[in-house]
Design a protein around this ligand. Structure first.
Ligand code: G6P
Length: 367
């Protein structure tokens, strides 16, 4: 069928706005909310026997995989390694028995990721894939196929595929944790309840679209933009910087907030906007103290946090973006929305080709 932009100016904006629905669809195929359980398709191998997970992907899918590392290690207590696909194969990775290699790809066709999958297979790994195209090559070559249900994604810069990947990866982490005996039925029920809240929280996050549009003009003037986050929101900082680079052509870097003092703080002056992702939770105070280090050097901060976080730390910021208050587990899914919208509106201000940015392809089928 023909896909059009509906009432939206760009496919990217349409796809951003589809997220409450497609994330709900995706969660719907992995959660059983009434039973308070997660249920994955039954793999051709025993998940409980998995001793190690290796995650491999490219681009935005790689950042989804990075969030999954935090979740899998926290819940399932299984060590996770993660690599970009173009590095994985050529660094002689150590692939041991009991290893699961997990590939994340919107298209299921990215050449580097596919080559890495075949390399992992030769190395005796079980193969799981999180893909958005269920008929893709990666889907066919998997022992465990975990589809996202984002629907076709047209914008070159990935948005809805990313949040759907996160939804699937969260379900995977919980299922692995349960099968390994690391999660009680009560804990699983609690997590399922939080995950089921994600679509409504995404919806609430979308309500800040106008506020984000209003600040896009000032960010569009910057030559460099820094994104900071901690824990599972650190990959979101990386994703925010990637989105901005891809479609607005502004140089941007994502950094673990605590690492900033080891380098990028040297860049800070009043011309460098710093986007701080800081949901309330166990890492909030630490992130805010890094934010204060930026402000003490004249840096202009855009703080993305929830109502409590903004009440506590929003005063001296250039701007704030208020997110719904969510459990730290689902924060990466919800905080994806403002970083996507910010990149989108900055690109519109700059007048770039949002859906087809220069030099980029939707699916990269050469190594
Ligand atoms: C290209 C696209 C990105 C995407 C990456 C990985 O670079 O422009 O949006 O994240 O490929 O693609 P995949 O289909 O494997 O997720």
């Amino acid at each position: 069928a023909m896909i059009d932009k509906g009432n939206h100016r760009h496919f990217m904006l349409k796809e951003i706005y589809e997220q409450p629905v497609v994330v709900a669809q995706t969660l719907g195929s992995y959660l059983r909310p009434l039973e308070g359980r997660v249920s994955l398709p039954v793999p051709e191998f025993d998940l409980a026997g998995i001793r190690r997970v290796t995650i491999v992907a490219c681009g935005t899918s790689y950042y989804a995989g990075m969030v999954a590392k935090y979740w899998i290690e926290r819940f399932a207590r299984v060590p996770v390694e993660i690599d970009v696909a173009s590095e994985f194969r050529y660094r002689a990775p150590v692939l041991e028995e009991g290893g699961l290699a997990l590939f994340v790809s919107q298209s299921g066709e990215t050449a580097d990721t596919l080559a890495a999958l075949r390399h992992a297979r030769e190395g005796g790994q079980k193969i799981a894939v999180v893909v958005n195209v269920p008929t893709s090559t990666m889907a066919r070559e998997a022992d465990l196929l975990l589809p996202t249900h984002a629907g076709p994604e047209i914008g070159v810069a990935s948005t809805k595929a990313f949040t759907c990947q996160l939804a699937v990866l969260a379900a995977f982490a919980v299922n692995l944790a349960r099968d390994k005996g690391r999660l009680s039925a009560e804990e699983e029920r609690r997590i399922v309840r939080h995950l089921a809240e994600a679509p409504a929280a995404i919806n609430a996050a979308l309500a800040y679209d106008d506020a984000i549009e209003a600040m896009a003009g000032s960010i569009a003037q910057a030559r460099d933009v820094l994104y900071l986050g901690r824990g599972p929101d650190y990959p979101l900082a990386l994703e925010g910087a990637l989105k901005l680079k891809e479609i607005s052509y502004i140089h941007a870097e994502g950094y673990a907030a605590g690492e900033m003092k080891h380098g990028p703080i040297a860049l800070i002056d009043e011309h460098v906007p710093v986007i701080v992702l800081a949901p309330s939770g166990p890492l909030f105070e630490k992130t805010i103290s890094n934010m204060h280090e930026v402000q003490a050097r004249g840096g202009k901060v855009v703080l993305i946090s929830d109502y409590d976080g903004i009440a506590e730390a929003g005063d001296d910021c250039l701007a704030t973006i208020t997110m719904p208050k969510v459990h730290p587990l689902i924060a990466p899914i919800v905080y994806a929305i403002p970083v996507q919208l910010l990149a989108y509106h900055v690109a519109v201000v700059k007048g770039t080709d949002v859906d087809q940015p220069r030099n980029l392809a939707k699916s990269v089928t050469v190594e």
